[in-house]
Design a binder for this molecule. Structure first.
Ligand code: 13P
Length: 250
């Protein structure tokens, strides 16, 4: 069986505006048809409608950055999985470290959000990763396994439908990148854990995130268990994102 195409996902975080988004997509779509990787952009919720239109004719899919743990109801400010589905959202980032940190999201809450996404056919991109303190204390493996175990436990055989992103917290937005060897080591741990949960889990893409750039992407993506990237800063400019897509298309 040939290896599935790499999956490159931009996480715009709280960046963008109507005119900049349109300019970005114009720059992207001029060249994107020639790529042989999978690609998606996770944009702020308010721009989903605009980006649904702009990306309609392109192979780049649409993603959200979060999803509510509730199906519907009196939850002011929340956006449900079903609502995201209305805008052709294909992926939703779940449990990003910025949400775990700034919004006190727990492993248990992340596991429920994964259920909500899967229930409507959205692929959750489940983020796991250790802090610098945890890495220095030798806890990297234990932390990422604990985070993924909660999701596996709550989602059973559906686990083969998720995407996992290993994002070491110390590498996010810092310019510090995990070395290809460091990334591969953790990805292999996650892969083993997934395969122990489901024999179909070999199809789960495990992405690397944390200061991935056009300069370091090729080496990271060359690792056997690095199936793509989750990219913040370098996904904000069309030429950079295009370079990353090209690096994944080798
Ligand atoms: P940077 O690529 O800006 O380090 O962000 C990574 C990230 O958090 C993607 O979700």
């Amino acid at each position: 069986m040939s290896k599935p195409l790499k999956l490159m996902v931009g996480n715009w975080k709280m960046h963008g505006d109507l005119s900049a988004n349109a300019a970005f997509v114009a720059g992207l779509t001029a060249e994107v048809s020639e790529l042989s990787c999978r690609a998606a952009l996770c944009v702020p919720t308010v721009y989903l409608a605009q980006m649904q239109d702009l990306l309609a004719a392109s192979p780049v899919e649409l993603g959200a950055q979060d999803v509510s743990a509730h199906e519907a109801g009196a939850y002011t400010g929340e956006v449900s999985a079903q609502m995201l589905r209305d805008f052709s959202v294909r992926y939703a980032i779940v449990g990003h470290s910025e949400r775990r940190l700034f919004h006190a999201e727990t492993d248990a809450l992340v596991a429920v959000k994964v259920q909500r996404a899967l229930a409507v056919g959205i692929t959750p991109i489940v983020c796991v990763g250790e802090s610098l303190t945890e890495r220095e204390a030798g806890q990297t493996e234990a932390v990422v396994k604990r985070q993924l175990a909660a999701v596996i436990q709550a989602n059973g055989h559906c686990i083969s439908e998720i995407v996992v992103a290993y994002e070491p917290v110390w590498a996010i937005g810092t310019g510090l990148t995990a070395s290809p060897e460091q990334a591969q080591q953790v990805h292999a741990v996650l892969r083993t854990q997934l395969l122990a949960a489901s024999s179909h889990a070999d199809r789960v893409a495990v992405l690397y995130g944390g200061s991935m750039t056009p300069h370091n992407a090729a080496d990271l993506l060359a690792q056997p268990d690095v199936d793509g990237g989750l990219i913040g800063g370098a996904s904000l400019k069309a030429p950079d994102f295009l370079s990353l897509l090209k690096a994944a298309s080798r």
